[in-house]
Write a protein that binds this ligand. Sequence first.
Ligand SMILES: *[C@@H]1O[C@H](CO)[C@@H](O)[C@H](O)[C@H]1NC(C)=O
Ligand SMILES: *[C@@H]1O[C@H](CO)[C@@H](O)[C@H](O)[C@H]1NC(C)=O
Ligand SMILES: *[C@@H]1O[C@H](CO)[C@@H](O)[C@H](O)[C@H]1NC(C)=O
Ligand SMILES: *[C@@H]1O[C@H](CO)[C@@H](O)[C@H](O)[C@H]1NC(C)=O
Ligand SMILES: *[C@@H]1O[C@H](CO)[C@@H](O)[C@H](O)[C@H]1NC(C)=O
Ligand SMILES: *[C@@H]1O[C@H](CO)[C@@H](O)[C@H](O)[C@H]1NC(C)=O
Ligand SMILES: *[C@@H]1O[C@H](CO)[C@@H](O)[C@H](O)[C@H]1NC(C)=O
Ligand SMILES: *[C@@H]1O[C@H](CO)[C@@H](O)[C@H](O)[C@H]1NC(C)=O
Ligand SMILES: *[C@@H]1O[C@H](CO)[C@@H](O)[C@H](O)[C@H]1NC(C)=O
Ligand SMILES: *[C@@H]1O[C@H](CO)[C@@H](O)[C@H](O)[C@H]1NC(C)=O
Ligand SMILES: *[C@@H]1O[C@H](CO)[C@@H](O)[C@H](O)[C@H]1NC(C)=O
Ligand SMILES: *[C@@H]1O[C@H](CO)[C@@H](O)[C@H](O)[C@H]1NC(C)=O
Length: 409
Amino acid sequence: MRFHLSAVVGSGLALLFLVLGAVQPYALELNLTDSEVTCLYAKWQMNFTISYETTNKTYKTVTISEPHNVTYKGSRCGNEKNVAKIMVHYGSALSWTVNFTKEAPDYLVDSISLSYNTSDSQFPDAAPKGIIYVSDSPGLKIPLNDIFRCNSLLTVTVPSVVQQYWDILLQAYVQNGTVSKNEFVCYEDKTTTPPVPIIHTTVPSPTTTPTPKEKPEVGIYSVKNDGVTCLLVTMGLQLNITQEKVSSVININPNSTGFTGSCTPQIAQLRLNNSRIKYLDFVFAVKNENRFYLKEVNVSMYLVNGSVFSVANNNLSSWDAPLGSSYMCKKEQVVSVSGTFQINTFDLRVQPFNVTEGKYSTAEECAADSDLNFLIPVAVGVALGFLIIVVFISYMIGRRKSRTGYQSV
Ligand SMILES: *[C@@H]1O[C@H](CO)[C@@H](O)[C@H](O)[C@H]1NC(C)=O
Ligand SMILES: *[C@@H]1O[C@H](CO)[C@@H](O)[C@H](O)[C@H]1NC(C)=O
Ligand SMILES: *[C@@H]1O[C@H](CO)[C@@H](O)[C@H](O)[C@H]1NC(C)=O
Ligand SMILES: *[C@@H]1O[C@H](CO)[C@@H](O)[C@H](O)[C@H]1NC(C)=O
Ligand SMILES: *[C@@H]1O[C@H](CO)[C@@H](O)[C@H](O)[C@H]1NC(C)=O
Ligand SMILES: *[C@@H]1O[C@H](CO)[C@@H](O)[C@H](O)[C@H]1NC(C)=O
Ligand SMILES: *[C@@H]1O[C@H](CO)[C@@H](O)[C@H](O)[C@H]1NC(C)=O
Ligand SMILES: *[C@@H]1O[C@H](CO)[C@@H](O)[C@H](O)[C@H]1NC(C)=O
Ligand SMILES: *[C@@H]1O[C@H](CO)[C@@H](O)[C@H](O)[C@H]1NC(C)=O
Ligand SMILES: *[C@@H]1O[C@H](CO)[C@@H](O)[C@H](O)[C@H]1NC(C)=O
Ligand SMILES: *[C@@H]1O[C@H](CO)[C@@H](O)[C@H](O)[C@H]1NC(C)=O
Ligand SMILES: *[C@@H]1O[C@H](CO)[C@@H](O)[C@H](O)[C@H]1NC(C)=O
């Protein structure tokens, strides 16, 4: 095709295209058969960028994209006992595995894992030498007897490794030896290239939304300026992403979440990241020279299907309190960043300016906390008082009645 096109354009270009063509990675292809009958078929492209620590505590990256020399040893079709599996070995230093489990009426892309040997010469100067294993669970469901197609570039990030996949055609648990013509097209293709010829798409069984669940664990995040703490945030953080009317709620585990930021007298920023969150920025600003508030949230996340979800809003007015104090809200609070993204916080306390000695200043508590804190005891007190009065009055009336009763006898 490329040659064809360039022949029309000119021989100079043809040469260029040929050179580029040679550099382009070639697709991986696997046609597994069981008694000469196809049971798993896959054709796709992928590359990996691995970052690793070196002997002098710096980081290096290697990119693995060359599919010429791969072997597929260990791949299998799957049966009642074993899950279907594709394994790709890039030499002896790196292997990639994806498992498919059958959960009628679907099959599930259960886990994608990568193991690599930093002792190998492909990882020059690696400091901790040995086998490193990383894994991710995309939880992608594909109807049985459908072939999954995704031409868009999907990015999956796990600690230390960025994986990219594209031009995917895949069917595990092929029925009756015939690769299906029913395409199950990925979300990214549907949104980016409208005229995808969808021959037939079985509507996937409404995926059960992973609804948390418990409250998120409370994390403490801080930012330093010249070694002095200038911003403090304590919160349990829950993210709520709504796509195609389906919400997924993610609890942030502070143990595996990194944080950085910056402080200036007028603007303070806290940035969180982890394997799922490329960045989640909270930007605080000063207003009227005497109050602070959360002005902006800017997020970019990797979704389970590998796509990137980004939202920004710089017109917020949450978490408002006087400068020199902190803002506190024990109750769940919702920051609506956009129609598709909301942040739920629990046990929140935040001070983005004027932090002294690394400690929070006095707190201004949110309305939600104080309303209920005040109202419950007041209501209980009023009700109790009322009850006492009622009991007292009926007692008095009763006494008077019985007294008059005796007198009349
Ligand atoms: C896979 O291999 C089988 C048996 O060799 C063959 O009949 C079939 O056409 C192949 N399928 C594809 C999609 O290449
Ligand atoms: C991996 O492949 C994608 C798609 O061709 C490309 O955009 C990306 O730059 C590649 N990554 C590396 C590190 O080569
Ligand atoms: C660390 O080692 C690499 C080569 O292994 C070298 O390029 C780099 O400059 C070194 N960095 C430091 C800080 O010594
Ligand atoms: C690549 O393949 C050639 C022969 O086809 C083999 O000699 C060489 O060892 C292979 N390289 C790797 C890294 O497996
Ligand atoms: C997926 O395959 C790996 C490698 O064989 C295995 O260790 C893992 O337990 C499998 N996962 C599931 C869910 O079957
Ligand atoms: C890792 O690579 C080193 C060097 O190539 C090799 O000696 C070692 O056996 C490998 N480890 C495993 C578990 O394959
Ligand atoms: C596979 O073959 C069986 C028996 O011949 C048939 O009942 C079934 O519908 C076929 N399945 C598909 C997906 O074609
Ligand atoms: C998530 O957001 C959706 C849409 O805004 C909302 O209907 C749903 O109640 C939210 N869920 C949680 C747990 O906050
Ligand atoms: C986070 O780490 C603390 C202390 O190491 C531990 O008690 C807690 O269970 C961890 N939380 C999660 C969600 O892993
Ligand atoms: C957060 O990002 C920094 C730099 O971009 C990276 O070094 C760190 O590993 C990331 N943290 C997590 C938990 O992914
Ligand atoms: C959000 O962050 C990205 C990357 O840092 C940046 O390019 C973009 O301008 C930011 N958006 C807003 C509204 O600040
Ligand atoms: C907060 O700090 C700024 C300087 O960063 C100072 O001008 C201001 O007076 C402080 N406000 C309070 C209430 O402490």
